[in-house]
Ligand binder design. Sequence first.
Ligand SMILES: [Zn+2]
Length: 215
Amino acid sequence: MTMAEHTEDEQRTPGKAPPRRMCAGCGKRDLADGLVRVVLGPDGALAIDLADSKFGRGAHVHPAVDCVTKALRAGFAKAFKAKVEGSIEALSDQIVEAADRRIEGLLAGARRGRLVVAGADSVRDALNDGSAELVLVASDAAAATKFSEIQEAIGQGKAVAWSNKQHLGSLFGRDEVAVCAVLHEGVAKAIGSARRMALPFAGSRSEAWWSSEVR
Ligand SMILES: [Zn+2]
């Protein structure tokens, strides 16, 4: 174990201040939770680690196009002590894809643990009894947003757009799901975090899928 990794572990001890990391782009230190973790694979390619699974040597970067662009120019090479190949376009795609996979994984885990409900009626019940921590609305599910409970959740920033009805349905073993509600605070926070990381990079690439607002 290197000294750097040892320090990282110590900083994760509960009760201590949350870990801070330097952004490989702008060079500023910030809370690790708000930074995208990038790892260098054995093949020399960059990979995104949104689950903070700690594999490989990692560098951190703000979820901002400017910071990633700068990091690609010099910061990553310095952090990894290696030549780093990559373009902002490719890395943007990777971040968005990593966020999609992360949200899918979190929803699958939540489904196994019965910590998520799907469908407008179940979501409205969960909003009414206060058990809904986060509502995901398919970007093509305009009909679901007309319910007052869901309107209210949108107003509170508790409902966010992600994916489409067919894809969301596939995660629940149904043809289509317009809306689902996560009932677990930690899972809801992790989904919110993955979304925040990806939004600056979604751009026009998948505007409907990654809309910043529920429409
Ligand atoms: Zn930065």
